[in-house]
Design a binder for this molecule. Structure first.
Ligand SMILES: NC(=O)c1ccc[n+]([C@@H]2O[C@H](COP(=O)([O-])OP(=O)(O)OC[C@H]3O[C@@H](n4cnc5c(N)ncnc54)[C@H](OP(=O)(O)O)[C@@H]3O)[C@@H](O)[C@H]2O)c1
Length: 242
């Protein structure tokens, strides 16, 4: 199978959860997809390229896009999805180790910022191509949770980064949105349900959502998001939710 040279996606955190489901959904819809994660990405498709990267090491990410795809002029639409994220470390801030906080902030905030900049440098002149950045955010960027200070901070930061970058780009530049996927049935949610109630007092809410089968499947969210992307049905810089 030859990939049609129309639609190109870079997705971080493509080894499981929302990122993997988005990659699969896009491949089904004739996108060429380049996925990044630390572990093996179990997707076999002629239009998929996997790249092993620790995205909590922003110092190692120079030329991350051109390593996998040299010529971006050929496409009609190019998207970067900043999806990789972690909830850890959790617990009272004074008990968290500085290096663990740094890993979370690097992965959830610094790397997305660097990738937004790199994407801007690479595609800045490609005015005839639809260029989009989707930052995966969270309700925790708006609603504070006890025990999640670094995570909430990172997601509030990514929302502000989206809004400020949108101002820089204006209506003619790269389109950018933040998207909160709601509560999805992924490994991150099982990690949340396993937190000790003394460090995460809201744990019962998440246990109850699971018990009542109210978690969204990541494939459903991926399809919703792809439709939004393909229709370009969002305002520049919008902070959106599922
Ligand atoms: N699940 C929810 O209910 C929920 C709700 C709101 C927002 N979100 C957001 O949605 C996004 C996806 O979450 P998810 O639920 O799909 O999480 P997940 O199942 O835990 O998947 C996280 C992905 O990020 C990658 N990742 C983690 N650390 C990495 C690192 N250091 N370097 C490279 N990749 C790394 C993982 O790959 P490797 O481990 O292989 O590296 C994996 O592919 C996150 O930004 C999350 O904050 C999730």
């Amino acid at each position: 199978m030859v990939c049609n040279k129309n639609k190109l996606a870079f997705i971080t955190g493509a080894s499981r959860g929302l990122g993997k489901n988005l990659a699969l959904t896009m491949l089904e819809n004739n996108w060429e997809v380049h996925g990044f994660a630390r572990s093996e990405i179990k997707i076999t498709h002629p239009c998929f390229t996997a790249k092993s990267k620790d995205l909590s090491r922003p110092d190692k990410l120079k030329e991350i896009f051109t390593e996998t795809r040299k010529n971006l002029n050929d496409y009609k639409s190019i998207v970067l999805v900043n999806n990789a994220g972690t909830i850890s470390p959790t617990g009272p801030l004074e008990q968290l180790k500085p290096e663990q906080i740094s890993v979370l902030i690097n992965l959830n905030l610094t790397t997305p910022l660097l990738l937004m900049g790199e994407f801007g440098r690479l595609t800045g002149n490609l005015k005839n191509i639809t260029r989009t950045i989707i930052n995966i955010s969270s309700g925790a960027g708006k609603h504070p949770y006890q025990g999640w200070v670094p995570y909430c901070t990172s997601k509030a930061g990514i929302d502000m980064a989206t809004e400020a970058f949108a101002l820089e780009q204006g209506e003619e530049g790269i389109k950018i949105i933040s998207f909160s996927p709601g509560v999805m049935d992924t490994k991150m949610q099982s990690q949340i349900r396993n937190l000790k109630p003394e460090i995460f007092p809201s744990k019962n809410r998440f246990l109850e959502l699971k018990r009542q089968n109210l978690l969204s499947s990541p494939i459903k969210i991926a399809k919703y998001l792809l439709n939004k992307l393909e229709q370009q049905s969002f305002e520049q810089g919008a902070i959106t939710t599922y």
